[in-house]
Design a protein around this ligand. Structure first.
Ligand code: SAM
Length: 292
């Protein structure tokens, strides 16, 4: 994450959530986003939501629940809730072994297949893109692979997230060196403009990406997304329960064009979630393919 989003305030630590309030809020969050908060993460609700309670001058978690359900401003508050409840940890060039497989196998083969068919249109979906480091990394890799040929391609990376705040940061494209901690130095020199302590992404990367909000628990919204050759959904389904994971993974399968690939986070698995994908094992990662 480039900018540190404060998800809790020291002032608000004194507020305690009761068991009943926790269950109400936990169920509400699940209903609205598919994010599942286990019992042992009650502190997360307490820390992150108390910031909103203070900001709204409310007295308790119970009052906040009623605000979220019934207040005339509940729609705006839901946006704020998504901002505080999501975990947006990310970085450029996250999981280098997986990105190597993406660059050398998935992307190279996809481009070769498309060229063979006389097509020059490529669609990539970064679902749960946080502050933009993932889709910008993909844009850099595309430039590295295609070089000047990129000008002859119609490429779109659709980058979606639930949190409007992270999307705003992604669109700004300004990062600290912490966000670049796993990025090769030559890549930093090539694709960023350094202004004092801030690194600004090259506009040619921005041109490849469309940032937009999406709620992955909204099946209808997922159906509306343009079909993809490649989907990245890394370190996102980890926050869902199995039922929500199944629903989202099924939507990704439907979205992928025949022969398309999906990449998930290194600690995530499709075990007990989906048997429709064909897993391909590579050094350091599994690529999930939709049958051609
Ligand atoms: C830990 S970040 C991962 C970012 C990036 N994919 C990576 O691996 O570095 C998880 C992101 O998923 C988003 N997210 C969580 N639930 C979501 C939902 N229901 N719909 C869309 N995005 C969601 C969060 O807002 C957060 O930015």
């Amino acid at each position: 994450m480039s900018t540190l989003f404060s998800k809790s305030s020291p002032l608000s630590r004194d507020l305690k959530v009761t068991d009943e309030e926790f269950v109400q809020l936990r169920n509400f969050i699940y209903e609205q986003s598919g994010i599942f908060i286990a019992e042992n993460r009650k502190y997360l609700v307490e820390n992150r939501l108390s910031t909103r309670i203070k900001a709204l001058n409310l007295k308790s978690f119970g009052e906040y629940y009623y605000y979220l359900r019934f207040d005339k401003d509940r729609k705006n508050e839901l946006t704020k809730l998504f901002e505080v409840i999501t975990t947006n940890e990310t970085s450029f060039y996250r999981n280098p072994p997986q990105l190597k497989v993406f660059q050398e196998v998935v992307l190279t083969n996809t481009l070769a297949e498309l060229r063979k068919k006389g097509q020059r249109r490529l669609r990539i979906w970064s679902a749960g893109c946080s502050t933009g480091e993932e889709p910008y990394t993909l844009a850099m890799i595309l430039h590295e692979v295609l070089k000047t040929e990129i000008l002859t391609w119609d490429i779109k990376i659709t980058a979606n997230d639930l949190s409007e705040a992270v999307l705003a940061a992604a669109r700004r494209g300004l990062y600290s060196d912490y966000a670049l901690r796993t990025t090769p130095k030559e890549i930093v020199a090539k694709y960023f403009i350094k202004k004092e302590n801030v690194y600004e992404v090259d506009p040619k990367l921005k041109r490849l990406i469309t940032f937009a909000p999406i709620n992955l628990s909204d099946r209808v919204a997922l159906k509306r997304n343009e079909r993809s050759h490649i989907i990245f959904c890394r370190n996102v389904i980890i926050y869902f329960d199995d039922e929500m994971k199944r629903q989202v993974i099924e939507s990704f399968y439907d979205n992928l064009l025949p022969g398309g690939c999906m990449l998930i986070g290194h600690s995530e698995s499709l075990h007990n979630i989906s048997r429709t994908f064909k897993p391909e094992h590579h050094a350091g990662t599994i690529v999930y393919r939709r049958q051609a």
